[in-house]
Design a protein. Structure first.
Length: 255
């Protein structure tokens, strides 16, 4: 039986989209457009399967495409995996948001890349997947100062939005504010409050802890003297033929 990834309800009504947030060490689907992630804010666009070369990966931290049936994805282990697509439009993008990329503004840049395709930020959907939460992301004062200096204007007039308490940083809160200030509608952003470090899921004000934490965490692995695994987050647009075949498989009907 194939492993079922975590999915966001934000994409439920967009029938031509397929996506998933996989746990550690699960192989991603193919064909897949990916990048050599360098904790920056550059974006790579794939224009077709013929442009894929697993041996020579472009340096980027977001991957996009307008090609149907071509997956794009990112690997993470505490950083934010974000999957984004328009409600109706010809492109998808996967974003790797580490603290360096978020500080540089990779999420606003992703929306700018979509705008170049004629897609308005207000027409975009975004799901921010499992990543280290503020419960476990303790950082130094110099990093808090860097975010305050560059992005503090987003919460200066709204103290309840301050994305840190003492030295615990809420990276997803900053990413979400960046998206909203770049023109996205708040209801179109789904933030999955699952911490990769401790495995706690926060939902409707309650906390749920799984029996086993299958999510990769670089910080947890480092603290335990281990090598961190990685997990994939992927998204694609399906062609009408693929969408039809998927529906047929789900119902047990032959095409």
């Amino acid at each position: 039986m194939a492993f079922e990834p975590l999915r966001s309800p934000i994409f439920d009504k967009v029938l031509h989209l397929e996506h998933g947030f996989y746990t550690a060490n699960v192989e991603p689907p193919a064909p897949l457009g990916r990048a050599h992630q360098v904790h920056g804010a550059d974006i790579k666009e794939y224009i077709g399967e013929e442009s894929l070369n697993p041996h020579v990966l472009p340096k980027a931290d977001a991957v996009m495409t307008v090609v149907k049936d071509l997956w794009v994805g990112v690997q993470t282990a505490d950083c934010i995996p974000a999957l984004m697509a328009p409600i109706a439009g010809p492109a998808v993008i996967a974003v790797h948001g580490g603290w360096r990329g978020v500080l540089e503004g990779i999420f606003p840049r992703a929306l700018e890349a979509m705008e170049k395709k004629g897609i308005r930020p207000r027409d975009m959907l975004a799901a921010l997947g499992p990543a280290i939460g503020p419960c476990c992301f303790e950082v130094g004062p110099e990093l808090l100062e860097a975010f305050e200096k560059k992005w503090g204007w987003m919460w200066t007039s709204s103290p309840h939005l301050v994305p840190y308490k003492e030295r615990h940083l809420d990276l997803k809160a900053i990413a979400r504010m960046q998206l909203v200030h770049s023109g996205m509608l708040e209801p179109n952003i789904d933030v999955i409050q699952l911490c990769t470090y401790c495995g706690i899921l926060r939902l409707h004000g309650e906390e749920f802890r799984a029996e086993t934490n299958d999510w990769a965490s670089h910080r947890r692995a480092t603290h335990n003297g281990l090598k961190a695994a990685r997990q994939w987050s992927v998204i694609r647009m399906m062609s009408p033929e693929t969408e039809k075949a998927k529906k047929a498989a789900a119902t047990g009907n032959l095409i």
